[in-house]
Each structure stands twice: as C-alpha cells, then as structure tokens.
Design a protein around this ligand. Sequence first.
Ligand code: ZN
Length: 173
Amino acid sequence: MTELRDIAQLGAKVLRQYAEPVTDVLKPEIQQIIAALRTTLASTQGVGIAAPQISESKQIIIVASRPTVRYPSAPFMPATVMINPSFEALSEVKEKAWEGCLSVPSIRALVPRYTRIKIHYLDEQGNKQTAELNDFVARVFQHEFDHLQGKVFLDRVENNQDIFAESEYLKVV
Ligand code: ZN
C-alpha cells in the first residue's frame, strides 16, 4: 500500500470530528499514519498537515514551515511530528494573515491567530516536548491543531469579506 494518501476535502465528515488522542505512539498503526502524513505532505506545497486530512481521526499533526510556492516567505524548519498537541497563548495578541488549506483548495482567507504560543506534544518516539512558537510557525500550529478539533480555518474568519478565491488573493499579495 502506498503511503501517499488522498487529502480529505471540505465536507468530508472526518474533517468535522474531534480526533482521538493517541495512547501508544510506538504502535505500528500509528507509525504508519505518521509515515503516510510525511509522504503526503511532501507531495504538496503545504506547510503542515493533520491526520484527519488523510482520513485518520487521530491527534497527529506535522508542522513543516518552509518557503514554498504557496508561502514564499515562510521560515525553514524541519518537518516536526506532534502527537496529542496542546497549547497556551503567551500573549493575548492576535494578528490576521492569509491562510489556505489542502482540504479547501483554491480559497485563501485572513484568519486571526495568536502570535506567541507555548506548545506541548509527544514526539514520534513518545517523548514529551514543549516549545515556544511565534508568528508564522505559531499560525501553522494553530491551523493544524484546529483540524484535530474538527475545525477548519474558515470557521475562524471574522468577516466573509476576508475570504478570497486564490486567483484574487494573488492580485493582493
Ligand atoms: Zn488545513
């Protein structure tokens, strides 16, 4: 079976469910999902992916900020697997910036997100990790975290006028 999976598209039930926490990170089934997420993300221009996007309702995300055609100014970081993630805001400040989603093709929207957060997660060996994230990477984390709660970025948009077709978005950035 190939590890390259189809991306669940908006309207699919799996994108609207609360994803199950992972109880045993080292279980082969979980490691297979991680491998499939890595392969599938690498085949796209995305900077993050969540397990529900490959139709696996588990609390697993990958954050992989890197400059791409979709996000030319994104900072580079190694693709980081985060299991059972949680976060707290380190400041109440939110900023609006453009987001898109592999599950919502051809749409971009301005989404408010916390700019400074502290995150907690298990890495793919099952070790507890914490980190502080800022700005773009914090945004990617919050976007992927939302997927585990059954939310998509459009749910966070403050005004429908902040939703653009990608062709119009390209004219304004
Ligand atoms: Zn997404």
